[in-house]
Design a protein around this ligand. Structure first.
Ligand code: UDP
Length: 390
């Protein structure tokens, strides 16, 4: 490729959508620099020898209520309808999660469950979703008791494992992702669009990026090839001044050489096991909030069914992120709390001096985006760039 018009760093959803739109709608020459040996970021998947589709970086279940996101992605994939259900291992039973009226029935004697269920409906209304930290504020005695049980058995230990701190010490939006639901709907998500790319995510990304205006360079550490000169506001690429836009979807602290310190992230270790039984567990994901060191076990055959006498499961072990340690140097989650969000703000301030620099995505924005958020934000970001070009 001649000098590209745009450099995109990262080929997860944020980078891939930007590259695809800029190449196909604005006829820009796009160079993608991808650190890993494959495209697709943490959505990357592959089929094992038995034809089981494995999500290499843990389960990715697509769901959205945004019709335009659904329609956009549908250009690049067919879908396998799939509604995610999760069980939680509590008091020796596997019970539905999010905690809902069925979970109540599973854990309480029937009469008591009925009484609490009535109370929940009269307080919050049928179908309401109540974050656990909100339920804990309840003044009603029975609801306080319930909230203590849900907090103690479902949330506190899981959150300590996952984040290294209690639910109160992380942004409330984190535990609000899995509210107590006043209904009998056992689905983990209730968006109108829920499905898995029929050929997998990797195939979807390949189709998105299969455009003559797009070149992808894999195994490329962009921070070694890009330099930001704050005195001039210039972006240097391979030592020469680059005049196009730089779309950066990686870690901002890395981009700016950690001048304001390291931003905290949480990492994960995935232990995959091949098991010689047709199915290992009754649902795709079983959460283990309390006694085990892992947070959850996911069995991939439940997502895209395939007839095999054996199965593959993955156990997720949360761990501290450390960029110097190959065993835990993947930043899966930004750690939201006020101090870290402020620290991220210092890096956002650094970006202001560079007119050609566009930052977006879960890592660069330091936000807990779902896949559809990443796609939605990238589509909006492209629209904004395109309108400036007009
Ligand atoms: N959570 C919990 N217990 C559970 C499931 C979730 O305490 O059984 C809390 C925990 O803090 C977790 C957050 O809710 O990090 C969000 O859960 P979600 O399943 O959305 O996490 P993700 O799939 O994004 O890792």
């Amino acid at each position: 490729m001649k000098q590209p018009d745009i450099i995109v760093v990262g080929s997860g959803f944020s980078g891939a959508v930007m590259a695809e739109r800029l190449a196909s709608q604005s006829n820009k020459r796009v160079l993608i620099l991808e650190q890993r040996a494959h495209i697709g970021g943490n959505c990357y998947d592959y089929k094992n020898a038995d034809g089981i589709l494995i999500h290499q970086y843990g389960p990715h279940l697509f769901h959205t209520n945004k019709q335009h996101v659904w329609e956009y992605l549908s250009q690049f994939t067919q879908w396998h309808p799939y509604e995610h259900e999760v069980l939680s291992s509590v008091e020796g039973k596997l019970v539905p999660l999010p905690f809902n009226l069925n979970t109540l029935d599973a854990l309480y004697p029937q009469e008591q469950a009925n009484e609490i269920s009535k109370l929940l409906i009269s307080h919050f209304g049928e179908g309401a979703k109540v974050p656990i930290l909100e339920l804990k504020q309840s003044e009603e005695h029975l609801l306080r008791e319930l909230s203590a049980l849900v907090y103690d058995k479902f949330f506190v230990n899981y959150t300590v494992k996952q984040w290294g701190c209690k639910p109160e010490d992380i942004s409330p939006e984190v535990t609000a992702r899995v509210p107590v639901v006043i209904s009998r709907d056992n689905r983990y998500f209730n968006d109108p669009y829920q499905a898995i790319p029929a050929q997998g995510y990797a195939a979807l990304f390949e189709r998105m990026l299969a455009h003559e205006n797009i070149e992808v360079q894999l195994n490329c550490d962009a921070t070694k090839r890009i330099a930001l000169d704050s005195a001039s506001g210039n972006i240097l690429f391979d030592g020469a001044v680059f005049h196009g836009k730089l779309v950066f979807t990686g870690m901002l602290d890395a981009l700016f050489g950690y001048i304001h310190g390291d931003l905290p992230y949480r990492s994960l270790r995935f232990d995959y096991e091949h098991v010689n039984v047709p199915f290992y567990q009754p649902a795709t994901t079983v959460n283990y909030p309390n006694h085990e060191a892992y947070t959850r076990i996911t069995e991939f055959k439940h997502i895209l069914p395939v007839e095999t006498p054996n199965t593959v499961i993955v156990k997720e072990y949360p761990q501290q992120f450390d960029r110097f340690d190959d065993n835990c140097n993947i930043p899966y989650y930004p750690v939201f709390n006020e101090a870290n969000i402020t620290a991220h703000g210092a890096y956002i301030a650094c970006t202001q001096g560079f007119k050609q620099l566009v930052v977006l995505g879960r890592l660069a924005d330091y936000k807990y985006y779902n896949m559809d958020d990443a796609v939605n934000n990238a589509l909006a970001c492209y629209q904004k760039l395109a309108s400036l070009d007009d």
